[in-house]
Design a protein. Structure first.
Length: 447
């Protein structure tokens, strides 16, 4: 995995690039309603746009989109400012709402906090019905609060289990062909044992452990265990009784038991070099894995802990600054940015899942019959973050201004469980800390 891929993993997939900006978000205060001073304006003139500077190919795709928009018409001129990814969320957080741009990119799970702090305006009145209608249900779920949309993305994300067919076959392991026959946790456990018996060091699974679990990768990568066990990170604004149920405790005890099978993957080559047969990661590793394994690469859903297989979703999105004086012009730019030409160019640049229905249907990777159709199938069964049923697959991380606290406490608990702590104690402690913080902040309610 090169540096570009590593940056992309954080930016476009696991959602929150750094833990620090999230912690800062939680301490922001604010709140008190979604009223903004956004004005429709004339729909003409110069608008400012801020975006994160991701890998070079992503930046080039965005710069091309802006250049094309500016040259295609004379009513609106976009001035683009790219901010280094490591500083991006901190910059939005630290900037007064009145100084923010007309259009800004943001990391999906940070949206509710920016709405809470009156930094984003609803976009429904300013982007076209066609743009909203063509957005996938999963990406709309990430950007919605109380029926209003504050953000739409060019791309989405997803998790899966990559397998090395040669190693699986050599160990006599039968593997799932799709969502309908996903491994149960027990079957996955049996597969690990069978693989271990044929492996020289017994390390047969990659969990991207070298990225650490006490961060957003921990939440994005392994909250699906909670959801698949029938639990949730938050339910009706509370973590107690959702995060620490007996079923979730049991599922994380099982997860804990897999540690002896895990390759620490300090060289990022555990799967590509054939040391392990299985890798629990997202769509963003496909290019490297496909190049290394060719036809021996298989793509599977994550294990089912009883409530159906689940995946995380969500990524960078675009919204309109709450204090813009030209929201009509901002909406016109977003209509162009989110059209198939630009979405296709961006997703070819970064390998992510297109977040418009038409671009997704035409994608060589993600269309029906494509090598990554599993990821689009998962995203076609979204739950939002509230009603997590057995039949839905793609779950949105909690859309709440208190998300920074939720992810910090859950990933801390996950990390301690992985390190040997009692799952019941760790989850109960996390749930109490989350609920205490929500109580201290009136539930982070956005009137």
């Amino acid at each position: 995995m090169n540096a570009g891929h590593r940056r992309h993993r954080h930016a476009a997939c696991t959602g929150l690039a750094l833990a620090l900006p999230l912690a800062a978000l939680a301490a922001c205060g604010g709140g008190g309603g979604t009223d903004t001073s956004a004005e429709a304006g004339s729909g003409k003139g110069t608008i400012s746009v801020w975006a994160h500077q991701g890998q070079e190919s992503e930046a080039a795709a965005l710069q091309n989109a802006v250049k094309s928009f500016n040259s295609s018409q004379s009513k609106v001129k976009v001035e683009l400012k790219l901010i280094p990814e490591k500083d991006y969320t901190k910059t939005i957080t630290a900037t007064d709402a009145s100084k923010l741009p007309d259009v800004m990119e943001f990391d999906g799970p940070t949206m509710a906090n920016f709405v809470y702090n009156k930094k984003l305006a609803p976009i429904d009145s300013y982007v076209s019905a066609k743009t909203l209608g063509n957005a996938t249900d999963a990406i709309k779920a990430q950007g919605e609060i109380d029926g209003k949309h504050y953000g739409l993305g060019m791309f989405d994300s997803g998790l899966g289990m990559y397998g090395n067919k040669k190693l699986l076959d050599a160990a006599g392991v039968k593997y799932p062909k799709g969502l309908s026959d996903a491994w149960t946790a027990k079957e996955f456990d049996a597969a690990l044992k069978a693989l271990k018996a044929k492996d020289s060091d017994g390390k047969v699974l990659d969990l991207q452990e070298s990225n650490g679990l006490n961060n957003e990768w921990g939440t994005y990568g392994f909250a699906p265990v909670v959801w698949s066990a029938g639990g949730s990170l938050l339910k009706d604004g509370k973590a107690a009784g959702a995060l620490d149920t007996p079923a979730v405790v049991s599922a994380l005890k099982t997860f804990q038991s897999w540690k002896p099978y895990v390759d620490p993957n300090t060289d990022a080559g555990a799967f590509t070099k054939g040391r392990v047969a299985l890798s629990w990661v997202g769509h963003w590793m496909y290019p490297a894995y496909s190049q290394a394994l060719g036809k021996d690469l298989v793509v599977m859903p994550l294990p089912d802990f009883g409530n159906g297989p689940k995946t995380g979703q969500g990524s960078w999105a675009w919204g309109i600054g709450a204090n813009t004086k030209n929201a009509k012009a901002a909406g016109a730019f977003l209509d162009t940015l989110l059209d198939d030409t630009n979405v296709t160019a961006m997703t070819k640049a970064n390998g992510a899942v297109p977040a418009t229905k038409s671009a997704l249907a035409a994608s060589e990777l993600y269309k029906q019959g494509g090598p990554l159709q599993l990821f689009s199938e998962q995203l076609a069964k979204p739950c939002g973050d509230r009603d997590i049923t057995k039949s839905c697959v793609a779950v949105t991380r909690p859309v709440t201004a208190g998300y920074p606290v939720v992810t910090a406490k859950f990933s801390e608990a996950l990390n301690s469980i992985y390190g040997g702590a009692d799952p019941k104690d760790a989850l109960s402690k996390a749930a109490r800390a989350i609920d205490r913080d929500f109580s201290d902040n009136a539930g982070y309610e956005i009137p």
